[in-house]
Design a protein around this ligand. Sequence first.
Ligand code: AP5
Length: 185
Amino acid sequence: MLKIVLLGAPGSGKGTQSAKLVERYGVPQVSTGDLLRNAVAEQTELGQKAKAAMDAGELVSDDIVVGMMRERLTQADTENGFILDGFPRTAAQAEALDELLAELDRPLQAVVHLQVDNEEIVGRLMARGRSDDNEDTIRNRLSVFSEQTAPLAEHYRKQGLLKEVHGMGEVDEIFARIEAALEDV
Ligand code: AP5
């Protein structure tokens, strides 16, 4: 039973740490990036709408993403918990999530904010090479993050949910920090 958000810049390790959290706590990872990439690969109407924004490192519109997450979070496998990876990313998404979880009576327990230096991020993403991992798009994703997503830390700090975690170093070492941060939830 774990209901958390992983907040962090592109390349901060949200996907990597989510996989370990899934193993440890037995709840599903819900990644908006993965859901959107699947929609693009399957050429659904939603995927066609999302593709240009994703290629440019811009955010897909709030109404598309919120609609997609409303559908995903009302599926049975998330009833006992979830790890949200890459959502919310804007103030409007955070408000929509608050409303949805209140409606479902499934309050968040914590928001883990992974903190990693920009230069480390650029290095990690250039080494990976996903289609949106070229240098211009990475820089744009980082600036979108600092303008629209980083301010959400304050939203969750005010709710008493924010856990700041140093996200540099070995993957297992970072995971141990996350586990420690979640000990009291
Ligand atoms: P999304 O798929 O969410 O991408 P992102 O946030 O840019 O995050 P990444 O997947 O690049 O990084 P990550 O933090 O998961 O790190 P990872 O573990 O993979 O979103 C893609 C696009 O979809 C967005 O740009 C936007 O267009 C759209 N989108 C998604 N959600 C949206 C939303 N809510 N609203 C609107 N639009 C949305 O690690 C990265 C690399 O680093 C890997 O190669 C990994 O092996 C390596 N690594 C991880 N940890 C370490 C470590 N400790 N040391 C060294 N290397 C490491």
